[in-house]
Write a protein that binds this ligand. Structure first.
Ligand code: PLP
Length: 361
């Protein structure tokens, strides 16, 4: 169709993980558990839900563009409100970064098989999208630094990374940063920050602020709010100021903003979520290893398995689906021989481990 630019026509649409309802219907199952999208198995933060309820009566009014949440975050992290942005999930902010900073001749640089949401957004801009292979399933930061050229405008780094779950350390990032010119914007996507932050090797990007780094975080994971679409970012005020010009004026919605503010106060929920996740990671990792599977050590709330080939990845995915367990095959990410499994509640994890044993025979 001549109306559509070639780079849009070539785009493979983002395909979210399959839903519980769909699998119940297709496989005739009553009890299905979804371990496919790195969501919080405990549900949403109760304080967030309470805050949403309170906000309902005011829905006739336009929201304030995220200002209330930005103020709370600025207070919490000892920043100016001008250094903070809130948006419709961290993907909403990523989309605005792409619209704000990329010109036609610019290039995006990242790792192979990066987070699929970023891949789709960056490719939809029609600029050159360049990748560097993983090194032992980690970002190869020296190799990425070596690939920077005069057109490189954005470097995207997710830490922990999705789908591998691996991190790069503070030391590795500091070395890398020395090789990045100031005219290059680094997106540090910390969607899984809360799961990794207690690892002393993990570089909490709040501890060093550079003018060309934007940190993105989300309420979709540890706070259990994937459905309402709320995320936030920190950066130099010039970067944030320009992003604010481009974003939709009333984004995020009033309910999303209220949920975010409520969730930030919910220390008990975060604590409980971390405990459930730690137990899940331990159980699934140990069980999969005993079954002889290649498990990539993860710092997040999911595990990537490297299987023999695409056929084996399909067989495992399908075999688990038949037993009511939805996992994420990674072909769309560019890793057809890998699958990703999120942690669930304790009973879901046990069921997944048992079902996996059956599939592997
Ligand atoms: C690395 C990474 N970044 C961002 C997101 C999306 O976050 P949000 O729901 O805030 O858009 C995800 C979700 O899976 C993710 O894995």
């Amino acid at each position: 169709m001549r109306l559509v630019p070639p780079y849009i026509e070539a785009l493979v649409p983002y395909e979210a993980g399959r839903s519980v309802e769909e699998i119940k219907r297709v496989y005739g199952l009553r009890d299905v558990v979804k371990l496919a999208s790195n969501e919080n198995p405990l549900g949403p933060s109760p304080l967030a839900v309470g805050a949403i309820r309170q906000e309902l009566e005011g829905l006739n009014l336009y929201p304030n563009g995220g200002l209330s949440l930005r103020k709370v975050l600025a207070g919490m992290f000892d920043l100016k409100v001008e250094n903070v942005i809130a948006g419709s999930g961290s993907e909403g902010i990523m989309s605005n970064i792409i619209r704000t900073f990329l010109c036609d001749e610019d290039e995006v640089l990242t790792t192979e098989s990066a987070f699929i949401g970023f891949q789709v957004l960056a490719k939809s801009r029609g600029v050159k999208y360049r990748t560097v292979p993983y090194k032992d399933w980690h970002y190869d930061l020296p190799a990425i630094a070596g690939q920077i050229n005069e057109h490189t405008k954005i470097i995207y780094l997710a830490n922990p990374n999705n789908p591998t779950g691996t991190i790069f350390t503070r030391h590795e990032f500091d070395d890398f940063y020395r090789h990045v010119p100031e005219r290059v914007l680094i997106i540090l996507d910390e969607a899984y920050f809360e799961y990794a932050k207690d690892n002393p090797r993990y570089p909490d990007s709040m501890h060093y602020r550079y003018d060309n780094v934007i940190t993105l975080r989300t309420f979709s994971k540890i706070y259990g709010l994937a459905g309402i679409r709320i995320g936030y970012g920190f950066a130099h005020e010039d970067l944030i100021g320009n992003l604010l010009k481009v974003k939709l004026p009333f984004e995020p919605s009033a309910l999303a903003q209220a949920a975010g503010i409520g969730a930030l106060a919910d220390k008990e929920f975060v604590h409980r979520s971390l405990e459930v996740n730690a137990r899940g990671m331990e159980l699934l990792t140990a069980s999969f290893r005993r079954s002889g599977l290649k498990v990539i050590p993860s710092e997040a709330n999911f595990i990537m398995l490297v299987l023999a080939d695409e056929a084996e990845a399909k067989r495992v995915t399908e075999g688990l689906l038949e037993q009511g367990i939805i996992i994420r095959p990674l072909k769309a990410f560019g890793l057809p021989h890998c699958v990703r499994i999120s942690t669930g509640k304790d009973e879901d994890n046990r069921r997944c481990a048992e079902s996996m044993k059956k599939v592997l025979g």
